[in-house]
Write a protein that binds this ligand. Structure first.
Ligand code: ITT
Length: 187
């Protein structure tokens, strides 16, 4: 079985990634090394900087992922600042920002970028996105982060009302993971 380090502090991401990669014989081991998340315009820039930092500090193949929630009515906020905004105002803060906004204007998109790196090799990037809308109240208690307030297109439930496999079948991370899986199969 192939082993890959996943450099992340986020146990929710880890669970979703482990669930999918274990199905294709890849063992994912968390490395909570931390890396500087630069202020950048895109998730890929953040991931790219992270890879360069980690490459010098790790001795085998690794992945990291940067993700964010982009809300149309808020011009893409919190976007690349999703982690900070979650820890400062949380789901309830997002609901307050959209208070009184009608259903047609609650569109949002989750984006995910996985980076695969090895020491001294050019990194590879795999992106995924999931369109949906922000609910008017918190729903469910599974998942993590903004899952209780995000309802993906094609379903009436929030991510937090789905188990890991169901969420992966809709989610931004599920999609970027499928591309990573194809790449790993071809190695
Ligand atoms: P890392 O250590 O992997 O960087 P992180 O939590 O800081 O973990 P990000 O920088 O990618 O991760 O931050 C994205 C934030 O967006 C994250 O903290 C969550 O609050 C939120 N988020 C990302 N993916 C999500 C998902 O699938 N469901 C709900 N919220 C999500």
């Amino acid at each position: 079985m192939k082993t890959i380090y996943f450099v992340t502090s986020n146990r929710g991401k880890l669970k979703e990634t482990k669930t999918r990669l274990s199905e294709v014989g890849v063992n994912v081991v968390q490395k909570n090394l931390g890396y500087p998340e630069i202020q950048a315009d895109t998730l890929q820039d953040v991931a790219s900087f992270g890879v360069k930092h980690i490459q010098k500090r790790i001795d085998g193949p690794f992945i990291l992922e940067d993700a964010g929630l982009f809300i149309e009515h808020l011009n893409g906020f919190p976007g690349v600042y999703s982690a900070y905004v979650f820890y400062s105002i949380g789901c309830s803060g997002i609901l307050r920002l959209l208070d009184g906004v009608d259903a047609d204007n609650r569109k949002a998109c989750f984006r995910s970028v996985f980076a695969y790196g090895e020491p001294n090799k050019k990194p590879r990037f795999f992106v995924g996105e999931c369109h949906g809308k922000i609910s008017t109240q918190e729903l469910g208690n599974q998942g993590f982060g903004y899952d209780p307030v995000f309802v993906p297109n094609g379903d009436a439930r929030a991510f937090a009302q789905m188990d890991t496999k169901e969420k992966n079948s809709f989610s931004h991370r599920g999609k970027s993971l499928e591309k990573l899986v194809e790449f790993l199969k071809g190695m």
